[in-house]
Design a binder for this molecule. Structure first.
Ligand SMILES: [Zn+2]
Length: 116
C-alpha cells in the first residue's frame, strides 16, 4: 500500500502526494498524512469508542450500579453471602464467589477503559 487512489478521478497517486496529479483534488483529507497519522486516528477512535461503550459482560455485571463504591459493596456482599451460604447451608454457595469475581473484573475493566 504505497499509493493512494484518487476518489475523484481514480488516478493512482503517490502516498505522500497532497493533491491528485490529474484533477488536483486534495488528497490530504481523505488519506491523512501517511499511515502514522491514520493509525493514530484509528487508535484515538478506538479509545473513544471504549470510553463510551462497555462490553456486554461489563454492562450486565454493573447493571444498575452507578458508582464505584456501590459496585465494590456488591463485591464484598457477594463474598459474605457466598461464605455464609457455604458455612451454613451447602457448597452450592460457591457460585456466589463467581458473582464477586464478575463484579471485580467489571470494576477493573471500567477503571482501565472508561470512567464512572
Ligand atoms: Zn484525481
Amino acid at each position: 500500500m504505497n499509493n493512494i487512489r484518487c476518489p475523484h478521478c481514480g488516478l493512482v497517486n503517490r502516498l505522500d502526494a497532497l493533491t491528485c496529479l490529474r484533477c488536483k483534488l486534495a488528497l490530504a483529507q481523505t488519506a491523512g498524512s501517511g499511515q502514522g497519522a491514520a493509525a493514530a486516528i484509528a487508535v484515538a477512535m478506538t479509545m473513544e469508542e471504549f470510553a463510551v461503550e462497555r462490553p456486554l459482560w461489563v454492562a450486565v455485571g454493573l447493571w444498575g450500579l452507578k458508582t464505584r463504591d456501590v459496585a465494590w459493596a456488591f463485591v464484598v456482599l457477594s463474598i459474605l453471602v457466598a461464605t455464609g451460604w457455604i458455612m451454613y447451608w451447602s457448597w452450592s454457595g460457591a457460585f456466589m464467589y463467581l458473582a464477586a469475581v464478575w463484579y471485580f473484573l467489571a470494576i477493573r475493566w471500567v477503571e482501565k477503559n472508561s470512567a464512572w
